[in-house]
Design a protein. Sequence first.
Length: 158
Amino acid sequence: MRTVGVLLGAVIGSFVTDAILRHFLAPGFGQLIVRMYATPPDSKQWDEIWRQWHHVNLVSSFILAPVSGLAGGIFVGLLQKHYQLLVAASTQIPELLFHLWNDRTHFRVHPLYGAAGSLGQHLLPVVAAILGAALVHRVMASRRTSNPATPASTASLA
């Protein structure tokens, strides 16, 4: 039951971290979407809109998603006792499936190249979650071994 709670907490934490970072790093995202759908591709403004869209996608893919994955992994590393890496990787499955379901343009352009590139890009948060959980688990384990405050050792000090 604890694992399910940690898993759900990390999934929610990843989404919240992504939303907060998106608010600060890509504040005009909603307006950009509206402009994309309202502006015809042959318009003079389309080059600027496309440049902004490309920038937001780069920030989202290579900064926001890995940082939110790292936050989920840290959450798992702090609270999960066993199978931290598996649980941390599992926290990113909902977002990975969502992105793979909605990202169909890469598959149409270059089937093999698009699939591999898209999957690699969408695995960044999974790798970040695993690294975050492993790092926190390692730090916690090293603290336990360097500070052995067992009842027997504290009783002999008294």
